[in-house]
Design a protein around this ligand. Sequence first.
Ligand code: NAG
Ligand code: NAG
Ligand code: NAG
Ligand code: NAG
Ligand code: NAG
Ligand code: NAG
Ligand code: NAG
Ligand code: NAG
Ligand code: NAG
Ligand code: NAG
Length: 871
Amino acid sequence: MVRSSSQIVLLLLWFLCGAIFCLSLSRGNSHMLCNRKDRDVLLQFKKGVVDPSGLLSSWSNREDCCEWIGVHCHNKTGRVTKLDLSFYIISQQNYRLQGLTGEINLCVLQLDFLNHLDLSSNDFTIIQDSTNDRQRYYNSSFSTPHLHNANISSLHYLDLSSNPYLKIDNWRWLSLIPSLKYLNLSFIDLQGETDCLHSISTLLPSLLELRLKWCQLNSVRLSSKYANFTSLTVFDLFCNNFNSKVIEWVSNFGDSLSYLDLGCNLIDAITDTLLNLQNLKYLSLSWNKLKGTIPNWLAQFKNLQELDLSENSFHGSIPLVLGNLSSLTQLIVGGNSLGGVLTESNFANLTNLKVLDISLSAFQFNVNSDWIPPFQLEEIRLKSCILGPKFPIWLYTQRFLQILDISTTRISVFDHNQFWSFVSNITSILDLSNNSITGDISNLVLSTDSIDLTSNKFHGELPRITPDVGDFFASDNSFSGSISPLLCGTGKAIDNGLWFLDLSNNHLFGELPDCWMNWKGLITINLASNNLTGSIPPSMGKLSNLAGLYLYDNNLSGGIPLSLQQCNQLKFLNVAGNKFSGSISSGMPQSLVALNLRGNEFRGNIPPQICQLSCLIILDLADNSLSGPIPKCLHNLTSMKSGSTFKISGFFIPKIDNIYPYTFKFHPKGLELEYKFDLLNLWRYIDLSKNNLTGSIQPELMLLVGLISLNLSQNHLRGTIPQEIGQMKNLESLDLSMNQLFGEIPQVMASLSFLEYLNLSFNNFIGRIPTGTQLQSFDPSSYVGNPELCGAPLKNCAQEKKSVDIVNAKDQNEFLSCLYIGMGVGFATGFWGVCIALFFKRAWRHAYFKFLDEIKEQVYMKVHLIINSIR
Ligand SMILES: *[C@@H]1O[C@H](CO)[C@@H](O)[C@H](O)[C@H]1NC(C)=O
Ligand SMILES: *[C@@H]1O[C@H](CO)[C@@H](O)[C@H](O)[C@H]1NC(C)=O
Ligand SMILES: *[C@@H]1O[C@H](CO)[C@@H](O)[C@H](O)[C@H]1NC(C)=O
Ligand SMILES: *[C@@H]1O[C@H](CO)[C@@H](O)[C@H](O)[C@H]1NC(C)=O
Ligand SMILES: *[C@@H]1O[C@H](CO)[C@@H](O)[C@H](O)[C@H]1NC(C)=O
Ligand SMILES: *[C@@H]1O[C@H](CO)[C@@H](O)[C@H](O)[C@H]1NC(C)=O
Ligand SMILES: *[C@@H]1O[C@H](CO)[C@@H](O)[C@H](O)[C@H]1NC(C)=O
Ligand SMILES: *[C@@H]1O[C@H](CO)[C@@H](O)[C@H](O)[C@H]1NC(C)=O
Ligand SMILES: *[C@@H]1O[C@H](CO)[C@@H](O)[C@H](O)[C@H]1NC(C)=O
Ligand SMILES: *[C@@H]1O[C@H](CO)[C@@H](O)[C@H](O)[C@H]1NC(C)=O
């Protein structure tokens, strides 16, 4: 969860500025030349590096190596002291570049005065030990760890984190860096590296901080004998596969440990042996499997400042004794099954509290109306607590809030002026969604980074927003009037302004404004279910980051402008239920995953260019006036050729309702369903019904074996059902009704075992309905209007038929790459794409965490990890 976001932001910015300052400092000293040996070592190191983006182009023979990017020298001796090749630094935040890959040559340890080495967030693959005398050195150092006659590196900081493809199969090189104090191997797969903990604990006696987030470590061979870390102060084991055994193990670490993160493991029980760690200041057990009540003994951690027990299965209330932890700054217990009444005494001694998260609990506050809490919070999350209908007056005493989440708390009553002047000071997140808040806020100018007003009773015109606003969610209200004042007021382009805009389900009217070029950062626009008129303005084509455009259920008209083709990230386009007309544009963005033009007035042929949309999995052109044949090339829609379930790997932005709010009305089984896009349950469907299509159903169409639903009903199609339909094993819904199809129903259809809905009515089919459980079990209405059809469930026939063999088709899947957002190849690229995004848009990070609640897929955990590591 987001903690003291602004502090993090400041810290990281400070760190960045520091780094840039250092860089410029070292550049400034142009008269100082680096040590010749150091330069040779660096050049040797570079030889092993593959550098596709030329990040190390400043590393050349000629220049002073102290001026090379990432190289820091002592200002008098010119010896290299620090090498910082973290992608974040060397890419200068241009996350479209690719990180370094290839090998990490340990020759770099021959830099005699190197004490800081950071190679994090790249794509390195192996650690290469090329020096000849190393083998001897290892052998001797293993027998006598504290060797004095060998050259021992003075390195005390090593960060190799987030090199996810790095393979480390031997740990003896650690003996070359015995003075190491800080080691970060987070996000490196150490599964199966059973020696890893043992080697680290024996070979690095000076280690103070060890970060092993998301390393796939498990509890096998966990014992203090095997790995004894008694001098560690920081131990980060977030997101591994440790079970409750890990508690006993870490409990032996003793007094030095002040920071322990055991979040996101498989721990289902904790014992008070943990109290051995008397100096613990930070303890996280979040995202585990803990149950029962929150143990009272936690209150005996006298020095505890941050306690995170969120996302477990605790029940009961918050023990009163936790109110004794007067050092506590963060109390995070959201996402459990907690509840009960909280009184002033729960908080009596929590004078330093800055973060309180009791969200997703059934807590009620029973405090005096004039209660002045002893704390000044920066973040409070009360989602789903029982607060309403009156806004809790005591919250007004919190003058430094950056995050306020009072969603789903039944709040409806407050003093308009006092409330809005209070929330106008909140900088990061303001979540008021799912309450009954009423009022006209058109006179307000909102500036919080993420604003969620969804599902309230706001009316009147929209408020104004400043360029500081990143997310503005206001759907399911009664806002009316035009969108223009909200968007066009600023009059100038804002590159890092709004990312997500959701104004759906309101009563907005008027034309779409033509000032989208001012909001180039937009990723999703949802204006569905309003009363908007006019056409899509050309400036929407300027939105080069746009991934989702939802304009369905309005009164929009005109054509789909060609300029939209420039939105080369556009994945979801839904303009169903409008009055769009003309022919379907042949220039749709190649990136489209879902295209919904249903219920408009499009005419003419379906352009064959549609077949080139290789990412498309949803094509809905139903209920228009399209004519001509179904394009023969539809089988080129390659993403529809694979099945419906995925093994998710790689890295992409996962579904968050707010990123891809792809809800659309779905008509699979004669019903109208609302469907939400969900990466793990991807429907693939084609709906061309209610048009004026002619010609026959081509056998090639049956190559789209990933299809779950095919609807060609209410057209003028002729001919027979191709035998190849037997390949479409994923088909759950097939509607060919109200055409002029004829011939027999192919026997192979009896093998479509997922088929739940079938409608072949009102055609000219003849003969016997094939025998097979599915086909017989449908209602007779599936077959009516075919006078010469017989067999169950219709009338009996006279003669018998033979069955035909089933054709099998193989699934294949290259679809996932379609969902990447504007990122090229390489982890570093994707990593920083998301990471920077997450970093600057704090609200996202919360959304990711919410998402993780639903799915703990590996890829999402990666995101989780990333978020946590920049925290
Ligand atoms: C060199 O560094 C030291 C301390 O790090 C600092 O006091 C000194 O001013 C620096 N000298 C130059 C010339 O930058
Ligand atoms: C180091 O030890 C390994 C086995 O532990 C051995 O194979 C190797 O020859 C030794 N190297 C030297 C230089 O002694
Ligand atoms: C070890 O240090 C000596 C002198 O300090 C130097 O001559 C030698 O090259 C060093 N060896 C390595 C492998 O760096
Ligand atoms: C890696 O760990 C070190 C030591 O704990 C820490 O200072 C550093 O910030 C970490 N790096 C990343 C990328 O989180
Ligand atoms: C762990 O190391 C400490 C200090 O080096 C030592 O006192 C303790 O006995 C060790 N524990 C085990 C189980 O080896
Ligand atoms: C707060 O601390 C005081 C003394 O420090 C103690 O007497 C009191 O019981 C504590 N209150 C609660 C609610 O723990
Ligand atoms: C908002 O912040 C300003 C400046 O920090 C302060 O003067 C004002 O009292 C605050 N308003 C509220 C309602 O807290
Ligand atoms: C939409 O606007 C038209 C007139 O512009 C009006 O007649 C109609 O009632 C409005 N519909 C809704 C749902 O507000
Ligand atoms: C369909 O794919 C084939 C080969 O895969 C290609 O030759 C053909 O041009 C494509 N047709 C269209 C309309 O994209
Ligand atoms: C359908 O097509 C026929 C002939 O192709 C034409 O006469 C008729 O007007 C069309 N209907 C619509 C709704 O486009």
